[in-house]
Design a binder for this molecule. Structure first.
Ligand code: E4P
Length: 216
């Protein structure tokens, strides 16, 4: 079970990454735009922090365009995973990259059929978008469960990377239903630590500890 952060905001990411609990980072063009930085700068900074798995999304119309952009990102280092969209051209690029031993994350997955084709194309990861499924009245958690079942039946090594996670329930239910990895915004990661009974219990323990100290 792994946890990735879904962000290109280095300052926010640093804090969560320092927890020592983060296995990788995913980005997309919208997150790069929000960061206000150029993609290469973002990826080099992530690499500098010691992050071992960084999904960099390629943009274009054809497999050739995806591959050209992928080449530039791959040169940054072995930490880079190439993220391609789940289209016919995207999967052509996925096959070419995975044949060369490059890790590929097939993104924008909304159906079991797409997850099956991505696995056939040699994807390292498939990214079902749980939150966007739910926005569109598709049961995103059920989608994860069905991909997991199909991959187990056919002994497929492609890992399920649950994406578009909006809250802690979506995160934990994805893992409970077969996701190998969740990629979550730092704000959701921070929420995962919290429980009001932990806070209440801690308050009592701290109060009692103070009383113990005063007895010495
Ligand atoms: C996945 O890799 C995407 O970057 C991301 O999870 C999309 O999330 P959103 O639907 O909240 O934009």
């Amino acid at each position: 079970m792994k946890i990735f952060l879904d962000t290109a905001d280095i300052s926010i990411l640093k804090n969560a990454y320092n927890s020592g609990l983060i296995d990788g980072v995913t980005t997309n063009p919208s997150l790069i735009l929000q960061s206000g930085q150029q993609p290469h700068d973002v990826y080099q900074q992530l690499q500098g922090l010691g992050i071992k798995d960084i999904s960099a999304e390629v943009v274009g119309e054809s497999a050739e365009e995806f591959l050209l952009m992928a080449e530039e990102y791959i040169n940054i280092g072995p930490e880079i995973t190439i993220k391609v969209p789940c289209t016919e051209e995207g999967l052509k690029a996925c096959k070419a990259l995975s044949d060369k031993g490059v890790r590929v994350n097939v993104t924008l997955i909304f159906s079991l059929a797409q997850a099956i084709l991505s696995a056939k194309a040699g994807a390292t990861y498939v990214s079902p978008f749980v939150g966007r499924c739910i926005d569109n009245k598709i049961d995103g958690i059920e989608l994860i469960a069905s991909i997991s079942e199909a991959y187990i039946i056919h002994d497929i090594s492609t890992q399920i990377l649950a994406a578009s996670i909006r809250d802690v329930d979506m995160a934990v239910n994805s893992l409970l239903n077969g996701a190998d990895i969740i990629t979550i915004p730092p704000i959701v990661f921070n929420e995962m630590f919290k429980h009001h009974l932990t806070d209440e219990g801690l308050e009592i323990f701290n109060r009692d500890w103070n009383k113990v100290q005063h007895k010495v």
